[in-house]
Write a protein that binds this ligand. Structure first.
Ligand SMILES: Cc1ncc(COP(=O)(O)O)c(C=O)c1O
Length: 305
């Protein structure tokens, strides 16, 4: 099948598999692009909480046992960074099979995993053909490529192929040919290995800098994979105010709430660590520390009147 970018892939999945009003289990907080694509396709989102094991399947079964589709990011939950446990993966597969639903496994940055051996993908343990595995080259190479891919169960291959041919322009063949050669000649694997090492160092730099500078202000949650993690606000500061003040100091730190479909208890910031060197990370953490202190009047003897 022609390669297409991932956002386009979700539009495609929606148009092939969903009728307007169909219920879709959706992680809350969850991926903004996927949320928009599914809503635009007429889906009724059923926002479900995410705990330390990933999407809370039991909540989905209580609230919408008749779901048609579940959208999940099991390898590295977007945005919380949680890895879905094996038990939860199996529970989700069982629920989908019982409901006659499909599961979209969005593995958008899983090529970058650190330390621990990653858990098997949902797709690889799916014995009943309910999982559609979606990936992208936006993180492994660069987003402007607009290249992604989808692995669909065999009975759906023809219908997806027909819809792509009939309605989508696809991606220029020369781009795909260059990428295919890049992969075949081993350059892609070498690049991913190299970047995995570099991103791991950057993740450690963020952890170290935060331990010394952000103690009592922001708890950085370590991640096993991906290109971002989250920092939980220690005080009751407003995450939007912190994000806004950080942006004024040229630090991008989205509030977790921006990813929420409905109100959530988690309060904090989404912090990317891949696009900056360890020195820049140390400087950025210092600035973030200053921002948090400025907004916390009780610190350093500052009082509000
Ligand atoms: C959850 C998630 N899925 C997929 C993507 C990539 O989408 P695309 O391939 O359209 O760039 C991203 C990019 O940030 C993402 O956060």
């Amino acid at each position: 099948m022609n390669l297409i970018n991932e956002t386009c892939t979700l539009d495609l999945i929606g148009s092939v598999l969903l009728d307007p009003g169909d219920k879709v289990w959706f992680e809350n907080p969850g991926a903004i692009g996927a949320r928009n694509s599914l809503i635009a396709g007429g889906a009724t989102l059923v926002p479900l909480p995410v705990d330390a094991d990933g999407l809370v399947v039991a909540d989905g079964l209580r609230r919408a046992p008749d779901f048609r589709l579940a959208f999940v990011t099991p390898m590295h939950q977007q945005p919380l960074g949680v890895t879905m446990s094996l038990e939860r993966r199996l529970a989700l597969l069982r629920a989908a099979q019982a409901a006659g639903a499909v599961v979209i496994e969005d593995d958008y940055d899983g090529e970058f995993h650190y330390g621990k051996r990653p858990l098997p993908t949902l797709k690889s343990i799916d014995t009943s053909g309910v999982v559609l595995y979606v990936g992208t080259f936006s993180k492994t190479l660069f987003p402007a490529l607009r290249l992604g891919f989808i692995v669909v169960p065999p009975p759906l291959v023809d219908v997806f192929d027909n819809v792509v041919s009939a309605f989508l322009q696809g991606v220029p063949g020369n781009l795909q040919a260059v990428l295919a050669e890049f992969i075949e000649q081993g350059h892609f694997a070498t690049h991913v290995r190299r970047m995995r090492r570099i991103y791991s160092e950057r993740h450690q730099a963020l952890q170290r800098a935060a331990e010394t500078r952000l103690e009592g202000l922001l708890d950085i949650v370590p991640t096993d994979s991906g290109l971002h993690t989250i920092g939980r606000l220690v005080s009751d500061l407003c995450e939007h105010a912190v994000s806004h003040a950080a942006a004024e100091r040229r630090i991008t730190a989205a509030p977790i709430g921006r990813f929420a479909v409905s109100p959530i208890p988690a309060k904090g910031l989404v912090l990317g660590f891949s696009g900056t060197t360890p020195d820049e990370i140390v400087a950025g953490v210092e600035t973030l520390g200053e921002v948090l202190e400025d907004l916390s009047p009780h610190l350093h003897g500052k009082e509000t009147h």
